[in-house]
Design a protein. Structure first.
Lengths: 115, 112
């Protein structure tokens, strides 16, 4: 149980375009989802916390207008990278939890390459 | 900023040996969690230890927590090639929100 599906797994886009990444909790309801960014051989950096039905909470230094997060239902959160640039190329990972104090369940990540 | 620092950054051992990874953190925690990440994939939750616990076991995994030293260790016994992955500790603070803060990770390679 507790499966999180993230789509797409890989995406290549041209500079200036927008990319949407979906994160779905398949067999549980997730009131909170988290979006992370990971550079090669480095740890996960939390970008934002997504709460169902409310605005996302962004970490310091993360541009909310560039990384749009929508958590429209208890099973779906989306991250849209707007006007992507090569420096946005990274590995983006979402995670979800059933409730406070429960472990996080991660998607398999999305490798974004902006050319 | 990352709170957790893991040691060593990289570890290579022979299959069958035990692997020990350490994690240090800076602030008071509610719990500490260990995750595994295979290359290019998401993270898999391994074990959670609460601040009032000192040791926890799960199969071949053994986690210890020393809150006085603000450190934790993950021991993998009888390692297998499939254990090759990066291992991260993550802490949940004792107050405020429940955001996980991940450590820098240990890249473990098991040599068959």
């Amino acid at each position: 149980g507790a499966v999180v599906s993230q789509h797409p797994s890989r995406v290549i886009c041209k500079s200036g375009t927008s990319v949407k990444i979906e994160c779905r909790s398949l067999d549980f309801q997730a009131t909170t989802m988290f979006w992370y960014r990971q550079f090669p051989k480095q740890s996960l950096m939390l970008m934002a916390t997504s709460n169902e039905g409310s605005k996302a909470t962004y970490e310091q230094g993360v541009e909310k207008d560039k990384f749009l997060i929508n958590h429209a239902s208890l099973t779906l959160s989306t991250l849209t990278v707007t006007s992507a640039h090569p420096e946005d190329s990274s590995f983006y990972i979402c995670s979800a939890r059933m409730g406070p104090g429960s472990p996080l369940h991660f998607g398999n990540g999305t490798r974004l390459t902006v050319t | 900023s990352q709170q957790g620092e893991e040691d060593p950054q990289a570890l290579s051992i022979q299959e069958g040996e035990n692997a020990t990874m350490n994690c240090s953190y800076k602030t008071s925690i509610n719990n500490l969690q260990w995750y595994r990440q295979n290359s290019g994939r998401g993270l898999v939750h391994l074990i959670l230890i609460r601040s009032n616990e000192r040791e926890k076991h799960s199969g071949r995994l053994r986690v210890t927590l020393d809150t006085s030293k603000k450190s934790s260790s993950l021991l993998i016994t009888a390692s297998r090639a499939a254990d090759t992955a990066s291992y991260f500790c993550a802490t949940v603070p004792n107050f405020g929100n429940e955001k996980l803060t991940f450590g820098t990770g240990t890249r473990l390679t098991i040599i068959p």
